[in-house]
Design a protein around this ligand. Structure first.
Ligand code: ADP
Ligand code: ZN
Ligand code: ZN
Length: 834
């Protein structure tokens, strides 16, 4: 039998795969089945790791390709190929199309192949990582030495005790200890690691299989010829036949009122079949008492759906943009498209930008399509996510609703991918692999010959540009359902307010009055403030400095309920200092009102009102989201204050006022998407008002009322905004008119970051002549983050292929120069340049 060599992608930040060979013992078990797409356990350095097989061949790599020319010396120098320790899945975890998708992501986004595939694989719930220690010769010598001594310090005694636990000579003691009722104490890892560093212990990581609780399942064998048997056996047959499906043993015994012996007898007579299955926790019952609205589609919805039907019937790749104003009923079009997809025997993915929205959309989809729906997002526990993932892989769920990473759902026969609110920056992953879920969706649809449907009221410049260029087909919903009017938007000029009031309050007088009116009318209000915390920062009046994070070049945010100043980037936090850390002045004051302060102010103003806040400080789990949003939907809350979390998607019928506090926050940032983001946020949030039968009003507070992003948002005029913004982008060479990438160089030591940046600048220089514009290296907008100094290049080119070459070459260059793997970060199509 020829040997089987495998290319395995491992979750390490390296751009290569690794070769392993399948040992004969495992090969025999596999019975000739292919390994590609399967997860395997392999030794890597001193660890065991789970990877996925990308390719298989009968020849070891590079043999016959010039190695022999080097003679035996070269062959001997080649490291031995290590063996696969275990093959994990009966069914390959990743189907072929997903392997192809992963390769594309790795290539297009210049992401390490192993880390890309790790993002695509199910959570490793079957195994747990453990560290195993053993005593070295030096450790044994040290123990002997200590045994000679008469007096020992406490620390030495503790060390010796720990070392002895790994001494084989005392293994019998250890074994008897472990049988003692108390069981062996867990090893203190920190102490053990210290001894590893001193050379007394060695450590290696191993993978242990987790014990999953299993249950026995019993099935009646239909083809079994019936033999005469007694009453108990007959009852087992009745119960299994009535159920129509195999049953867990426990349940069967109870229902048939028989003893296990009866089942054993039937089994040995070949009448039933039994096997073991892991016990899965029960379904989450949150959506049991929900009846979806029964809507009859209007003309525009029908027209859009008819087009989508046509694409589905053609059975080829197509991409469409569903541009529908807020409240135009895009969700109904999605549901219709899913129905059409299922009716053609295909499966569908629905991506939403927020975990909270998986609940709303998931509920609608589940109400319509029942058990065929799986929900996937990062807020699930690993076991829960693994269960959903495998349900999809086994074809039990044919619709997946989820956030960004659900684009990797292992569905086969995919017919439709919907990306709701396609413009959202949450579709971009800001860690390796830095992919955009929306663009990956379009690529996956292309691979699978499926339809990609991007939906939005405020499409990203890129997507609208593609639609105008004819790359995507444009579907439009121009009016709200039942011709409900769009909410009226009023701009509150804060300069004017200040002139009249001579003071700045957390919420303007106009907004306060508008809220008071809603409380009187007994309708609901939402207040959006896109800043967490109580105050944006703490400032010294003596020297003007803001209290900064120790690890990042960013001012700390004050959280009053926790009495802390916190960094929203790295989590660093301190008690608010009484004196300035720079000049010792005692005159410290808080600047800028955040969501916590706005909520407090509203409590002061409206003591009888029921007020809740929704942001990452008040809700952390899916249940908490549900509680707050559920209470608001039921009318148990009068005013909901929140960050942009409240702006998206939700459909509240009794909201008649939306106030936006500090609407222009983003406009002050050095970000080429600032205007776009402001326009989107304001339009989205305006879309939350007046969705039911009551009409709505939106108040937007700003210091720049004349800015075009604010003006066009107030008029809810997307096309005019697009045209104006597109002019700027074209002039300044930004997407969608040029391809953009950023390259960040970072290190704890500033000298290193500078040195490596300079070297890279030298590498990039020749690409200027090939049409790549190179800006930098310059200090990144966040010049220091989590203790790293950061320098940045921005690369632009109308030619994506050359830009890609420059970037791939840069990574090779860094590898050749032996810059650390984590020092250089390439971001292709970045959503922000910080
Ligand atoms: P959006 O386009 O903002 O995503 P939704 O899909 O949330 O809008 O729909 C807004 C509201 O309109 C929902 O309450 C939905 O049930 C309702 N709706 C959708 N289609 C119709 C229709 N054809 N007739 C009446 N109501 C509808
Ligand atoms: Zn000071
Ligand atoms: Zn920080």
């Amino acid at each position: 039998m020829p040997a089987r060599y495998c290319e395995v992608a491992l979750p390490v930040p390296l751009r290569s795969t690794f070769t392993y060979v399948l040992p004969a013992s495992l090969d025999a078990k596999l019975d000739g089945q292919p390994l590609v797409g399967r997860r395997v356990v392999v030794p890597f350095r001193r660890r065991a790791m789970i990877g996925v097989v990308l390719a298989e061949s009968a020849k070891p790599p590079n043999i016959g390709r010039g190695v022999s020319a080097g003679g035996p010396a070269a062959a001997a120098a080649a490291p031995a190929i290590r063996e696969i320790a275990e093959v994990m899945d009966l069914l390959p975890a990743l189907p072929a199309k997903l392997l192809e998708l992963g390769e594309w992501i790795s290539r297009y986004y210049l992401a390490p192949i192993g880390e890309t595939f790790r993002a695509m694989l199910p959570p490793e719930v079957e195994v747990r990582h453990e560290r195993e220690y053993s005593l070295t010769d030096a450790g044994r010598a040290y123990l002997d030495d200590i045994a000679q001594r008469l007096t020992l310090a406490d620390a030495e005694r503790a060390e010796a005790e720990l070392l002895r636990r790994f001494d084989d000579a005392h293994a019998s003691d250890a074994a008897s200890e472990s049988r003692a009722p108390g069981r062996r104490k867990r090893v203190d890892e920190a102490a053990a690691e210290t001894l590893v560093r001193r050379g007394y212990l060695t450590a290696r990581d191993i993978l242990r299989h987790r014990e999953t609780r299993k249950q026995k399942i019993v099935a009646w064998l239909p083809e079994a010829s019936e033999r005469p048997f007694g009453q108990p056996e007959k009852r087992v047959r009745e119960v299994l036949r009535d159920a129509g499906v195999p049953l867990p043993l426990e349940m069967l015994l109870e229902k048939a009122a028989v003893t296990p012996l009866v089942v054993k007898r039937l089994e040995s007579a070949g009448m039933v079949l039994t096997w073991e299955e892991p016990i899965v926790p029960g379904e989450d019952p949150w959506d049991t008492d929900f009846t979806p609205p029964a809507n009859v589609l209007n003309a525009e919805q029908n027209a859009a759906l008819a087009d989508i039907w046509r694409w589905l019937v053609a059975g080829k790749f197509a991409a469409g943009l569903l541009h529908g104003v807020t409240g135009s009923g895009k969700t109904e079009v999605y549901l219709g498209a899913i129905e059409a997809t299922l009716s053609r025997g295909k499966s569908a993915i629905v991506l939403v930008p927020e975990i909270a929205l998986t609940l709303w959309v998931g509920r609608l989809v589940r109400a319509r399509f029942g058990e065929h729906v799986a929900v996937l997002h990062s807020g699930l526990q690993d076991t829960e996510r693994a269960r959903e993932w495998w349900r999809v892989r086994h074809g039990e769920a044919r619709i997946v609703v989820g956030t960004r990473s659900a684009i990797f759902a292992p569905l086969e026969n995919l017919g439709l991918i919907i990306v709701d609110e396609e413009q959202e920056s949450s579709y971009k992953q800001e860690e390796t692999p830095r992919y955009n879920g929306r663009d990956t969706a379009v690529y996956r649809a292309r691979l699978e010959g499926a339809v990609a449907l991007l939906g939005s009221a405020t499409p990203s410049l890129e997507t609208y540009h593609n639609a105008l260029a004819g790359k995507y087909q444009l579907l439009q919903l121009t009016s709200r359902v039942e011709n409900r009017p769009l909410a009226a938007v009023r701009i509150v000029d804060l300069r004017e307010e200040f002139r009249r009031q001579h003071r700045a309050t957390p919420v303007s007088e106009s907004l306060r009055a508008a809220i008071a009116l809603r409380l009187e009318e007994k309708t609901q209000a939402m207040v959006l403030i896109n800043r967490r915390g109580y105050s944006w920062s703490l400032m010294c009046r003596g020297c003007g400095a803001l209290v900064q994070c120790e690890n990042c070049s960013i001012a700390l945010t004050y959280h009053k309920n926790r009495q802390r100043l916190e960094c929203h980037y790295c989590g660093y936090s301190i008690r608010p200092p009484k004196q300035c850390p720079k000049c010792n002045s005692e005159y410290m004051y808080y600047v800028g009102d955040g969501a916590e302060r706005v909520e407090e102010y509203l409590h002061e103003q409206f003591p009888a009102a029921r007020i809740a806040r929704l942001d990452r400080d008040t809700v952390r789990t899916k249940r908490e989201y549900q509680q707050v949003l559920g209470a608001f939907a039921k009318g148990e809350i009068d005013i909901l204050v929140g960050t942009q979390m409240v702006a998206k998607g939700h459909d509240f019928q009794r909201v008649t006022l939306v106030g936006v506090v500090a609407a222009d926050l983003a406009l002050g940032r050095p970000d080429f998407r600032a205007a776009e983001k402001t326009f989107q946020l304001l339009t989205q949030v305006a879309g939350r008002a007046g969705r039911g039968e009551l009409s709505g009003e939106v108040l937007v507070e700003t210091y720049y009322p004349e800015h075009y992003a604010i003006q066009y948002a107030a008029q809810q005029d997307y096309v005019s905004f697009y045209e104006k913004e597109a002019q700027f982008r074209r002039l300044l060479h930004y997407p969608p008119f040029t391809a953009l990438a950023s390259v960040l160089v970072r290190d704890r030591k500033m000298e290193n970051a500078i040195r490596w940046s300079r070297a890279l600048a030298g590498y990039f220089a020749p690409f200027e002549e090939r049409g790549v514009k190179i800006l930098g290296p310059a200090a990144a907008p966040l010049a220091r983050l989590r203790r790293d100094y950061r320098f940045q290049f921005v690369l632009k080119s109308p030619n994506r292929a050359i830009l890609g070459k420059a970037l791939a070459g840069a990574l090779d260059f860094c590898a050749a120069k032996q810059f650390p793997e984590t020092a250089v970060i390439v971001d292709v199509d970045p959503t922000s340049l910080s």
